[in-house]
Design a protein around this ligand. Structure first.
Ligand code: NAP
Length: 247
């Protein structure tokens, strides 16, 4: 029986690296993204080049109707299958200090980073419970643990993800389903490059990171791969930082 893994936001950055690593582990990847088809096709190509398989599954994680439409279609085509691994990785930033943050910036970031987690997870864990096995990994952020100037919206969403992870882990503990959060520091992706443009002095100051470098998406992917493996059966409800000793 194939093991299916849904990775949200897998067209680029950390999500792409996670999708490639899980494919190497033998998972068949459901590769979600929002709108960058070219990047998603490239991610699929890299997975196939690594000997894995992937199907594209575009939807906006903040739109429950779009999620359900995509998953209804998938389940109809796979009546005997379920999704054993869910990585809630899709995320955005819209940085501004609170004093001048617009309500739309608050809502947009909460919708994608937090509500997207709820909609995807609510739908996918049904199959895990029925099949008595599953792995949920939520990508949080050091901002949600320590705070970060300009990111009240993002930090609120990410710390809420941490509370939800701990609670869901307890709710599913007897079902052989683990739920963990991986909390990266600054990782070299488009998201950090965009933040650099907004606050160059904050992001470029590598001196704030004890290891004096940004993390690589692959380094986050190795951790997620481990949490999704059988070696990690007894690890649940944890927040695992990957931040070059920054926290
Ligand atoms: P990224 O390079 O900007 O990539 C974002 C990914 O999310 C893309 O695949 C994008 O799809 C997708 N996405 C965005 N909005 C979406 C939506 N509404 N529905 C579905 N997919 C959506 O970001 P990243 O740096 O890899 O970040 C990945 C995760 O790690 C995020 O949750 C982020 O908060 C977290 N994180 C990142 C860092 C860092 O330093 N990079 C640090 C801590 C935490 P398209 O290609 O279609 O736009």
């Amino acid at each position: 029986m194939k093991r299916y893994a849904l990775v949200t936001g897998a067209s680029r950055g950390i999500g792409r690296a996670i999708a490639i690593e899980l494919a190497k582990d033998g998972c068949s990847i459901l590769l979600n993204y929002k709108s960058n088809h070219a990047a998603a096709e490239e991610a699929k190509r890299l997975i196939e080049e690594a000997g894995g398989e992937a199907e594209l599954m575009p939807f906006d994680v903040s739109q429950p109707d779009a999620i359900n439409a995509a998953l209804d279609k998938w389940f109809a085509a796979h009546p005997d299958d379920y999704i054993d691994v869910l990585v809630n990785n899709a995320g955005i930033v819209d940085d501004e200090i609170m004093l001048i943050m617009e309500p739309e910036q608050w809502h947009r970031v909460i919708d994608v980073n937090l509500n997207g987690f709820f909609y995807c997870t609510r739908r996918v864990i049904e199959g895990m419970v029925e099949n008595h096995h599953g792995r949920v990994v939520n990508i949080a952020s050091i901002s949600g643990q320590a705070g970060n100037v300009g990111q009240v919206n993002y930090a609120a969403a990410k710390s809420a993800i941490i509370g939800a992870t701990k609670t869901l882990a307890k709710e599913l503990a007897t079902k052989h389903i683990t739920v963990n959060a991986v909390s990266p520091g600054a990782i070299e992706t488009d998201m950090v490059r965009a933040s650099e443009e907004y606050m160059p002095e904050r992001m470029r100051n590598i001196n704030n990171i004890p290891m004096r470098r940004l993390g690589k998406p692959e380094e986050v992917a190795y951790l997620v791969s481990f949490l999704c493996s059988n070696w990690a059966d007894y690890i649940s409800g944890q927040v695992i930082g990957i931040n070059g000793a920054a926290l």
